[in-house]
Design a protein around this ligand. Structure first.
Ligand SMILES: [Zn+2]
Ligand SMILES: [Zn+2]
Length: 343
């Protein structure tokens, strides 16, 4: 089969590799398409737990192609041809965190496309317990299962009180999925702030209440305008840009007793300054939300019913052979929203 194979950071080829066979308890999926994620750029640069050699890719959808022993019978078995998505996150089951009910915090967490062969390839073989049926959902929608699951986990982390106001920085696909789900989760209003007018247009078409066009060169000015527009701040402020400079605006924009959530992926060495006095005096809660591990069923349900909408988010498609062009587009093309790699 054909696959993107990295031998080292920034060094990959698209080449023939042996097609993997499913062992007992495993399923082989013929990859129809895989979304490119911001983390794929971090992985390209050797960050985000990447281990080489590596085939990246973790936002896949495709039909079941072959069934290992014990995966095709019984009530929760799969059938060949059934469309599925794959949860990329695998916990070990035996570390202190797993054994105390916190699998996402697993000390030995593995990720498909990070330190396990991913889906920028024609086939993937995965344990059946990571496989979820998305039969009957348009593959251009179900390809968003993983980012929607991350957004679901973000909403679980936030647990918004009914009637709250929320501000989300960032209008990328995950930012817009998270914003929609925060609204479903009981927020009375959601504002999305971003520096791309075309992404904000998409936000409006997906039903986001209010959008705000940022001037990234004057973040202090942006923050002052947002504070004035909201009448003093927001109950929930989320950074979904992964920019430390934007993250730094979050605490001052939060209302007394409110919650800040860091959701975008910054560089590990990035730092932000926060006034501990302000956090203390105004009882601000600061949370992190990382990936997800058990949110696939909720995400698939939300995509099925249209609670999480994805229309128009896919702007670019590349064949597997043009993976380098796709990465270039992700880096520098301002008209990119979601890029799909077709296998
Ligand atoms: Zn992703
Ligand atoms: Zn573990």
């Amino acid at each position: 089969m054909k696959a993107v194979v990295y031998d080292a950071p920034r060094s990959f080829t698209i080449r023939e590799v042996p097609t993997p066979d499913p062992g007992p308890g495993e399923v082989r999926v013929r990859v129809r398409q895989t979304g490119i994620c911001g983390t794929d750029l971090h992985i390209h640069n050797g960050k985000f737990f990447a281990e080489f050699p590596l085939t990246p890719g973790h936002e896949l959808v495709g039909p079941v192609d072959a069934l290992g022993d014990g995966t095709g019978d019984g009530t929760d078995g799969f059938r060949v041809g059934e469309f599925v998505s794959v949860n990329p996150n695998m916990n070990c089951g035996h570390c202190e965190y797993c054994r105390t009910g916190h699998p996402l915090l697993c000390a030995n967490l593995k990720g498909l496309g990070t330190n396990w062969p991913g889906s920028f390839a024609e086939y993937v073989v995965v344990p059946a317990n990571l496989v979820f049926s998305v039969d009957g959902i348009d593959p251009d929608t179900s390809v968003f299962t993983e980012p929607t699951a991350c957004a679901m986990h973000g909403v679980e982390t936030l647990s918004p009180r009914p009637g709250t106001s929320a501000l989300v920085f960032g209008a990328g696909p995950t930012g817009l999925l998270l914003s929609q789900l925060i609204a479903c989760g009981g927020a009375a209003s959601v504002t999305v702030a971003a520096s791309s007018a075309f992404k904000l247009k998409r936000a409006e078409s997906l039903g986001i209440d209010t959008t705000f066009l940022m001037d990234r060169a004057d973040l202090a000015g942006d923050a002052a305008k947002l504070k004035a527009a909201s009448g003093g701040g927001y109950d929930i402020v989320v950074d979904a840009t992964g920019s430390a400079a934007v993250s730094e605006q979050c605490v001052p924009l939060t209302r007394n007793g409110g919650t800040v959530m860091f959701y975008g992926v910054t560089e590990p060495e990035d730092l932000v300054s926060v006034s501990p006095y302000d956090v203390f005096r105004r009882e601000i809660t600061i949370k992190g939300s990382f990936a997800e591990i058990n949110s696939f069923p909720a995400a698939i349900a939300a995509l099925r019913t249209g609670r999480a909408r994805t229309e128009g988010l896919i702007t670019h498609r590349f064949p597997l052979d043009d993976y380098a062009d796709a990465l270039d587009a992700l880096r520098s093309d301002r008209t990119v929203h979601k890029i799909i790699i077709e296998c």
